[in-house]
Design a protein around this ligand. Structure first.
Ligand code: SF4
Ligand code: SF4
Length: 112
């Protein structure tokens, strides 16, 4: 499967929100909302919010990713991803993601 790497290094291509959006799968939206409520300690997430075409492309974004501090930082600096940033290895913001999803850091390193 093609990799679509988000600003912080997550693989949007395998993200359930994107898969549910591209296949318009309401059941996957429900399952994903329940999973993310617990996994991200975000009880406000509803199935209706599970709509996203990916971090860096055109189209609808999952709200948490749209207003995401990392995405905004990357855009403001004119980078494609944090992988372009000289501070990536020491950045406290993106390391919060990489602590839980180490493959996101690997994905960013593999872009360069
Ligand atoms: S930007 Fe969208 S597809 Fe990418 S990780 Fe976030 S919710 Fe998933
Ligand atoms: S400062 Fe941090 S969040 Fe911003 S682009 Fe660099 S690594 Fe990414």
């Amino acid at each position: 499967m093609e990799k679509i790497i988000s600003c912080c290094g997550l693989d949007c291509a395998t993200c359930d929100a994107r898969v549910a959006t591209m296949s318009n799968d309401d059941n996957l939206r429900r399952v994903t909302a329940e999973k993310w409520k617990v996994g991200y300690n975000a009880p406000d997430i509803t199935p209706e919010m599970i709509n996203c075409t990916g971090c860096r492309g055109e189209g609808v974004k999952f709200s948490h990713c749209e207003v995401y501090e990392i995405r905004n930082c990357v855009m403001n600096k004119g980078f494609d991803t944090c992988g372009d940033c000289p501070d990536m290895e020491t950045c406290a913001i993106v390391s919060a993601v990489h602590k839980y999803v180490p493959e996101a850091l690997t994905n960013l390193k593999n872009l360069n």
